[in-house]
Structures are given as C-alpha cells and as structure tokens.
Design a binder for this molecule. Structure first.
Ligand SMILES: *Cc1c(COP(=O)(O)O)cnc(C)c1O
Length: 458
C-alpha cells in the first residue's frame, strides 16, 4: 500500500492539459482499415457520395488515413470543459476486495447527463453540422444513450435533432425519451409512418417492435430527403473513433504524470468507439514498436462479432441503404436473443478495430450476461459507481485479469474504460435480481444462417 501515498484515488488533469488535437491512429496503422463501399457499385465511396449523407468536414475525417493529429476546434474544447477532463480512478477499494496484487485503474466517462462517452463525438458532429450551416441532423438510437448525447449537443449549437428510437426501447425506456425532449429533440418510435422504409416495414411486419438497423434506415432517409439535414452516427465509423481518442489521450497523460505503464488495457466493444478511443495512443506506440500492451475487447456472448463473426464486407443497416463496411460481423440482420439485456447489440464492429484484430494486435473475449451483471454489482458495492451494463463487460474482464494476478502473484497494471452509468438500465438489473436473466448463446447453426446472407463482394 506504499504507493497509495503517491498515486491518488483520482488522477485529474488540469484543463490546460486536455488534448488540443485528436489522434488519428489510422495514420500509424500499417494495414489501413478497408474503405467503405458503395452498396450498388461496390466501388469505394467518394467524398462526394458520402457528402450527400454526412457533413463535409466529417467526411474529410472519415477518409483521412494520413494526418496523425487533427486539431480540436476551440468551440468543441469549450464544450468538453463542461465535463472533461474525466477522472482516471485507481480502484484501490476493488483491489482490496479482490486481494489482488494487480493495480487497477478505470477511466470514467459517465460524468455527464447523457451518462456515457458518446457525448465526446456528439458534440463534434453537431459542431461541424452547425459550421456547415445545416438546419439539423437525424439519427437512430437503441437504448437511448446516443440519442441523449446528440440532443444535448444539438441544443448547445442550436440545431434541430430528429431521433428515430427503436420502438421497444421507446416504450420501455420512457425516461430516456423525456431527457431527449428536455434538450429539444423530436423522438419518433421506429418503424414509423414518417418514412417510406418505415411504412414498408410496418406493412410487412405490422406488430414489429423495431431494430437498430431499421431505425438507421429511417434516419438516413429523412436526412437525404430534407434539405439542410444530414445523418450522424454514434459509433463504428472512423470519425467517431477519432473523436473518442480524447479518452485515450487523457488516460495516457494521466498515467504519464505518475510514470505508470499499463500492462493490460480493456474495453467493452459494441460498435467499437470507446475501445478504439481508449486504446488509440497506446496502440500507436505498439504499432511503432515503442511499447507493448495487451489490449482486450470484451463483448457479449449473445452478440459475439469479434469472437465468432467473420471479417467481411457487410451492410451497416437492415434497409441496406448505408455503405458497405469491411468488419467483423455476424450479418446485418442478426439480432441478439430477446432476453439479452446487456447492450452492445450491434451486428458489426468498427473497421479500424477489425483490421487491428485481424492483424493480431489485440485480443477479444466474450462473457455471458449474468457473469457481467455479477461483476457490475461487485464493482458498484466497492467503488460506488452504478455501472452501465455495457461498461460492466470491461469490469468483468478486468476483475478476471486481476484474479489471475492473485494466482500468479504478478503485480500487473490494468486499465479499463468505464464508459457510463446504469441509472436507465434498472429494468435489466431488476431481471438479474429476480433471477429472470438467462444466458443465451447462439449456436453455430444459427450464426451460419445470417452469415450465408452476407453480400458477395470481391
Ligand atoms: C454505446 C455505449 C457503449 C458501446 O458503444 P461503443 O461504440 O462500442 O463504445 C458502451 N458503453 C456505453 C455506456 C454506451 O452508451
């Protein structure tokens, strides 16, 4: 415990130490992520084509594989200062409870009203939309974290925000819906009768409760058919990982202050944005041979894109209107089993992380949800924070690595991303407490059905 005197419970950076530029890992990657393809021609999407859907400056960021540092505009930095720098916490209480010689740190991104890291990219995307003189943006949201973050960012920059929320979540998570309305967003349950694709889906499947892929298709349709609107996305895309690099840059700066070198870096992986952001500067060093780290992605066993998916071009949405992305995927119409409550339910994974994983630069593990909620509760009871189910995947893996250290006596330093809080996920916690949470792992046969429907691209 001697070190307790030197490393505080929370390492805060000064405002003046906050990153002035995002780090674009692609500039240092030897094998670049595969380009997005036009779903009709299978040719790489041009800036012009992408510009019909996304904001100009964001398109430039999406396609930029060369500039390692991209300055963070002052307006975005001022917004960041309302809730950043976020603390890097030494989990002394968890270490004590586990009786492990490992040193555990977590970067906490839940300290804002949206309750997650998603605000880091939402504010950047809203800023560029405003700068382009747009009237507003459209998006989809599942559980609601992204929609909430975007609503906050849009109200700050005085932009209209139209959110298509998966119908089942719209009905089951009325509180998130109301938070979005506080920030002035319009929230429509998807599928809806406000779009062609929504009307088509409703006609074909009258009782449907919706899916993320379907909400994406609706939001894209509204963006391209309304002048002055563009579509924005909260994960998966290169630009989103770029914005999230603020997490990793702050983490590295905080560790450097105390001369700490992590051995293991862990993050949960849905579409890959928080993990991609957290690991960016560390992975950059690893690629350049300046340092070595074990980097671990953690995903749900019920939606195992890295651990059981294939690396192939696939559709980003159910309506098949979005560009094709090369990624570890389960197939664009894969939907995790109905009892899955732990989040991270997207069928694919960020093209950047997919390439790094394929190159053997990072590892992936999957956990069943009851194991994840056990870890969530263990963490909440000693560290105080009520974690989001998504974040708890990373907690599970961090605890397991710390327990391995207990066996071997190794004093490893483990850093993990605590992406958000779980106040809106109490129905999932309730299921866990009431013993109604089961673990469903898809069979190989089930996964093969979706895999067979992947688009043929050569
Ligand atoms: C959205 C979300 C995630 C997963 O998204 P990534 O893009 O994989 O980071 C993880 N944790 C929280 C709290 C989220 O809201």
């Amino acid at each position: 415990m001697a070190e307790k005197n030197t490393v505080p419970y929370k390492i805060y950076l000064e405002e003046s130490e906050m990153p002035k530029a995002w780090y674009n890992l692609r500039a240092d990657m030897i094998n670049k992520p595969a380009p997005l393809l036009n779903p009709g021609t299978h040719q790489p999407m041009t800036a012009e084509e992408l510009g019909g859907v996304f904001c100009e400056e964001l398109v430039a960021q999406e396609l930029d594989n060369t500039n390692a540092y991209i300055p963070i505009p002052e307006e975005i930095r001022s917004f960041y200062k309302m809730y950043r720098p976020s603390p890097l916490v030494r989990a002394y209480c968890l270490e004590e409870k586990l009786q492990t010689p490992a040193k555990i740190y977590y970067k906490f991104e839940g300290n804002n009203t949206s309750g997650s890291h998603k605000l880091n990219s939402a504010v950047a995307q809203a800023y560029y939309a405003k700068k382009q003189g747009l009237k507003g943006v459209t998006t989809e949201t599942g559980a609601g974290q992204w929609g909430t973050a975007l609503s906050m960012a849009c109200s700050y920059f005085d932009l209209d925000c139209k959110v298509y929320m998966v119908k089942v979540s719209y009905e089951q998570k009325p509180f998130r819906r109301e938070v979005m309305k506080v920030y002035g967003a319009s929230v429509t349950p998807s599928p809806s009768d406000t779009t062609n694709i929504g009307r088509k889906i409703l006609a074909e499947h009258p009782g449907t409760t919706g899916s993320l892929g379907c909400a994406i298709s609706e939001a894209v349709e509204v963006a391209v058919s309304n002048p002055g609107y563009r579509y924005v996305l909260g994960s998966v895309l290169n630009q989103v990982l770029l914005h999230q690099s603020v997490i990793g840059l702050e983490t590295k700066a905080a560790l450097d202050k105390y001369g700490i070198k992590p051995d293991i870096i862990i993050g949960c992986a849905g579409g890959g944005s928080n993990l991609g952001g957290l690991i960016a500067p560390f992975m950059g060093e690893k690629i350049k041979g300046e340092a070595d780290y074990r980097i671990i992605a953690v995903e749900p066993a019920s939606c195992p894109s890295f651990t059981r998916g294939v690396y192939a071009y696939d559709f980003a949405d159910t309506g098949m209107v979005c560009p094709l992305a090369k990624m570890y995927t389960l197939g664009s119409d894969f939907i995790p089993s109905a009892n899955h409550a732990g989040g991270l339910r997207y069928h694919g994974m960020s093209p950047i992380l997919s390439q790094l994983y394929d190159d053997g630069l990072m590892e992936a593990v999957s956990y069943e949800q009851t194991k994840v909620f056990e870890a969530a509760e263990q963490f909440a009871r000693v560290e105080g924070i009520l974690p989001a189910p998504e974040s708890s995947h990373a907690i599970r893996a961090a605890i397991d690595e710390a327990l391995k250290c207990k066996e071997t006596g190794e004093e490893k330093t483990i850093v993990f991303g605590l992406t958000g809080t779980g106040y809106f996920d109490l129905v999932a916690y309730e299921k866990f407490h009431d013993g109604e949470m089961s673990d469903y792992i898809p069979t190989d046969e089930e996964l093969a059905v979706f895999r067979a429907r992947l688009p043929k691209v050569d």
